[in-house]
Design a binder for this molecule. Sequence first.
Ligand code: ADE
Length: 258
Amino acid sequence: MHCEILTLFPGFVREAVSYSMLKRAQEKGLLHVRIHDIRDYTDDPHRTADDAPYGGGAGMIMKAEPLFRAVDAVRAQCGAFRLILPSPQGEPFTQRLAQDLSREERPLVFICGHYEGFDERIRLGLGGQEVSIGDYVVTGGELPTLVMIDAAVRLIPGVLGDPTSAQYDSFTDGLLDYPHYTRPVRVRGLEVPPVLLSGNHKAIHRWRRKEALRNTYCKRPDLLKDRVLSQEDRRLLEEVLQEEACEWPLGEPQGSVT
Ligand code: ADE
């Protein structure tokens, strides 16, 4: 995965990509990141990247021309690319989109907006895909960009030490994760569920699937709505519902497919 990040805070982004998995992915040659300071593309001695909004009002707006120039420079260096505009107005970022970004062959160019937003002509002139990381506003596009890159990179084969880790992440198949335990067996009177110590891999697999369904049902029931359940999942969820002493709250679940 190749990422070109256009930002007013290159130091912040450089620091953030130099830890943990993003660092390891770069060391393994599976992630290539280049960071561009938008101020390098301004044309005044003060390196002005923002200005007051036409029509008045609070806040500052990112100027269009420095960003156009920055994108032109990236195009000259990289050729065709896929442009991502982090924005609260964008389509929701999901695991599916993370998967899509992780498989993108073209360089991904992220424009990190700041201040109250950017001049509308950036959207109009450059197109690109507006993406939101949630229905709230953060101060700039840097954190959303890092969230997207992190979520995508961990799906690239070879980035995670154990290739099955991502396979069982929350959301990978639309369910939340099951609970995890590590040593010791007893912590402050709380014990590891015995099935995990049993060595019975089939029983462990079944328990994990059931607990993933329970977690999803209890914490994010919206994820189960309209979901087509396999016969086995339906059986497990029925057990969960009996244990949780409740009925299908979401309308009857769909019939089985597998
Ligand atoms: N910039 C500011 N808030 C944002 C959000 N929620 N998602 C993406 N970019 C943003």
